[in-house]
Each structure stands twice: as structure tokens, then as C-alpha cells.
Design a protein around this ligand. Structure first.
Ligand SMILES: Cc1ncc(COP(=O)(O)O)c(C=O)c1O
Ligand SMILES: [Zn+2]
Length: 420
């Protein structure tokens, strides 16, 4: 079955053959992978998917890999957990957590995108992979490069959490810490990508890499019994994950695999100290205003997101919204998730829980005040217990044990609250 049509410009629609390129030569629009959907209809079925492995590769027919999977055979198919206690606490009828904090092998959804990118890099004959990262991608690229026995060059802002740096260095990549923001690191990487024949997973391999995030959306639908939830709250950085979950839902619908109508609203979650996508949504403008990040949610600290425009469009097209979380609310969100569901995540998880809460308040303002006061109090108590003296806001990660405990990545990735 010939499934891949090649690449297609997201702006002018011009087609390109499959190659490690990411920008349209005519309009400078970003390229994305295009499929022969007609050929896939009736071939990709619920049965064919269920017969696949218990990993993201059960959706291989909908991913841009031609030959055998090179690395990351066990990535994905993470638990979708009915979060009854959290739902009670937030006053929601039903909340589900798509828990990619237990994604194999590096505990974030980045393993999904990286396993596709590294497999593709092998297909195109590259021997070196690289990335610009806010932390989780660094871990994942280093791990998958080790598995593929390829060289890796990883560029990060120098002020990343120590836990993230250690969890990258252990795989023995060449790690370059740059004194600057992620956006500055990323600009540097674009220049390097022009110079060396390296597979930069989120630069020249971005069209392939980003498709890996679709598996997150496919899994949500399959695990809900082939139904689409009413709402999905997604933590956003570069803005790719949210657009690809939406693309995944539309693809499954197009292939006739979704039971009933799709009424999913896609909501963006970002930190207040770095929330340019949510600001676009709130101001209802498709013009992105880059920001200089200042937040404890370092994995989401991208001030000039490559897919910001498309993330905005995704929320707009699906009737979704966006919410900013302050550092305080991020910590409260992490503590709330831990206390109610026994799930300890990094800060991106706290952002998602806080945004879910804010989204619910928006829909039911009358019920929100008491509840907010209630878990403010619970969070204050928990913080006091964790750190008897000192101001948690001065050093919030310590206050919740992120630095000293296991550095768990991403919760809720898309904490999916289907019925709020
Ligand atoms: C834990 C976590 N969640 C969500 C995201 C957002 O992904 P995207 O950059 O595709 O918006 C990131 C990005 O680094 C992340 O590390
Ligand atoms: Zn174009």
C-alpha cells in the first residue's frame, strides 16, 4: 500500500517529494506530511490497529515511516486514566488523564516524535541527530540516538533543571548548553542545520517528527472506545502537539473509525510567564507576539513558538479556548494531581491541571469560588508541610521536590476532560 504522498506546504498547498526539508521554496510556509487517505480507507480499521503492538506503532499506517521501525519500538500506548478524585475536586462530571509521564523510555510524549524522526533519519541515511530543546526533547533524542547507535548533538538553554540535564548526559551525547533562551538556541540551530548534514529533529525533520504526536490523539480515541471527548486540554510550547492531536482526530473520523459525532473542543494550556499562544486566543488574533519566558514551567518555555499560528487556529476551529497558569497555580496543579490521583509530574502537568480548572471555572463561574478557596487552602497546607520555612515562590521546584525527586515529565500531556 502506497500511503505517503510526500510533503505539502501548509500555506500554498504545493507538493514536494519525501525529503529532509521543512520549508516551502515558494512561500516559506511550513511543510507537512501528506497521505493517500483514499488508499487507507478500509485498510486501516479498528481491527488492524488492535492487531498491532501495544505501542504507538499500532498506528504505523498513519505515520510517515516507509520501512521498518528503527528505534522506540515500545513508545506510547500510555494509560488513559479515569481521574474520579480530581473530577470530584474540580466539580466535573468526568476527567481522564492521558499519562505520558510514564511514556517509555524517557517519560514524556517527546519519545513519540523522536522515534519517528530518528527512524526517518535512518531512512534518509543520516548518521547524526540533533535538536534544540527545553529539556524533554533533549532526554529523548539522546536516548533514541543511543539506541540507534547514532551521534547526537543537543542544544539547550543553560538554565534548564539539573534533573533534565543529567537525564540527557547519561546517554553520552554532545550536549551544548547555551547562555540564552530556547528561542535563541533554536535560532542558532537553524543556522547549524544549514551547515551540517545532521538530522535536526525539530528543524529539517520537523514535518516527520511532529507527525509522531498524532499517536497521542489516536490513543485517546481508541482508549475511549473509539469516541472523541468533548474537551481536550493540551500543554503548549512550540504549539505542535495540540495541532497534531486535532489532526489525528480528524484523520480517524475521515477513515470512519470514530463512533458518533466529533464535538471536541481543543484548549491550550500555557504558563502566564510564557503564554504567547494563549494570549493570541484570548485576544482572538492570529498575530503572535513573541515573549521572553519567565516561568517555572521550563519545558514549555518557548517564547516564539514555530506552530503558534496553527495552535491558535486549532483552538479557533474546534471552538476551544486557552488558559494561562501562574507559577503559584502550576505548583497547586501539581500538588492537586498528586493528592487526588497519586500522579507526580513535572511542571507541564501542573500547567495542564491549572488550565483545566480555569476552563471549568469559565464554563461554570458560579460554582468556582468556594472550590478555589478550598484547594488554595489545601495547597498552602501541603506546601507548608513540604517546606516548613522559606517562601515557596522563591524556589518553587524544590518546594514540590522536583529537583530532588525523580524528574518526571509531563502529565496530562493532554489531560482530557471529556465531559465538563
Ligand atoms: C512535557 C511537555 N508537554 C507539552 C509540550 C508541548 O509540546 P509542543 O512543543 O508540541 O507544543 C512539551 C514541549 O516541550 C513538553 O515538554
Ligand atoms: Zn508554500
Amino acid at each position: 500500500m502506497e500511503k505517503l504522498r510526500g510533503l505539502k506546504c501548509r500555506e500554498c498547498g504545493r507538493g514536494y517529494p519525501s525529503a529532509p526539508v521543512h520549508v516551502c521554496e515558494f512561500c516559506f510556509g511550513p511543510l507537512e506530511v501528506d497521505y493517500h487517505y483514499e488508499a487507507l480507507k478500509g485498510v486501516v480499521t479498528r481491527q488492524s490497529i488492535a492487531a498491532g503492538p501495544p505501542s504507538m506503532w499500532r498506528y504505523k499506517d498513519l505515520l510517515p515511516v516507509d520501512g521498518d521501525v528503527a528505534v522506540g519500538h515500545h513508545v506510547g500506548f500510555t494509560p488513559l486514566i479515569r481521574a474520579r478524585n480530581l473530577a470530584d475536586e474540580l466539580g466535573c462530571r468526568e476527567i481522564w488523564i492521558k499519562n505520558d509521564s510514564v511514556c517509555h523510555p524517557t517519560w514524556s510524549f517527546k519519545d513519540r516524535v523522536v522515534s519517528v524522526a530518528v527512524t526517518k533519519a535512518r531512512e534518509f541515511g543520516f548518521d547524526t541527530v540533533a535538536c534544540a530543546s527545553t529539556g524533554n526533547l533533549a532526554n529523548s533524542v539522546a536516548a533514541h540516538a543511543a539506541e540507534a547507535q547514532m551521534k547526537s548533538y543537543i542544544f539547550i538553554p543553560a538554565d534548564l533543571e539539573q534533573g533534565k540535564i543529567l537525564a540527557t548526559l547519561v546517554y553520552n551525547p554532545t550536549l551544548v548548553a547555551v547562555e540564552g533562551t530556547y528561542d535563541e538556541v533554536n535560532r542558532l540551530c537553524s543556522e547549524i542545520a544549514d551547515k551540517y548534514r545532521w538530522a535536526f529533529v525539530n528543524v529539517n525533520f520537523r514535518p516527520y517528527y511532529s507527525e509522531g504526536s498524532k499517536s497521542y490523539g489516536f490513543e485517546i480515541i481508541e482508549q475511549l472506545g473509539w469516541r472523541a471527548p468533548d474537551h481536550i486540554v493540551v500543554p503548549c510550547a512550540g504549539g505542535s502537539l495540540i495541532t497534531k492531536i486535532w489532526k489525528a482526530i480528524k484523520e480517524l473520523k475521515m477513515l470512519g473509525l470514530v463512533e458518533g459525532p466529533v464535538r471536541t473542543h481543543m484548549h491550550a494550556a500555557q504558563a502566564e510567564g510564557c503564554g504567547p499562544i494563549v494570549t493570541m486566543i484570548k485576544n482572538d488574533t492570529d498575530v503572535l507576539k513573541p515573549v521572553r519566558p519567565k516561568t517555572i514551567a521550563k519545558s514549555l518555555a518557548i517564547g516564539n513558538p514555530a506552530d503558534g499560528f496553527y495552535a491558535y487556529r486549532t483552538t479557533k476551529d474546534s471552538g476551544g479556548f486557552g488558559a494561562h497558569a501562574t507559577d503559584e497555580e502550576i505548583i497547586e496543579g501539581m500538588l492537586l494531581l498528586a493528592r487526588t490521583e497519586g500522579i507526580f509530574t513535572e511542571t507541564a502537568g501542573g500547567v495542564t491541571v491549572a488550565a483545566t480548572n480555569a476552563h471549568r471555572d469559565r464554563r461554570h463561574p458560579a460554582r468556582s469560588v468556594d472550590r478555589r478557596l478550598h484547594h488554595r487552602q489545601r495547597a498552602q497546607d501541603a506546601r507548608r508541610a513540604l517546606r516548613p520555612s522559606g517562601d515557596a515562590r522563591e524556589d518553587p521546584p524544590d518546594a514540590v521536590g522536583v529537583r530532588s525527586g525523580p524528574d518526571r515529565s509531563e502529565v496530562a500531556g493532554g489531560a482530557a476532560p471529556p465531559l465538563i
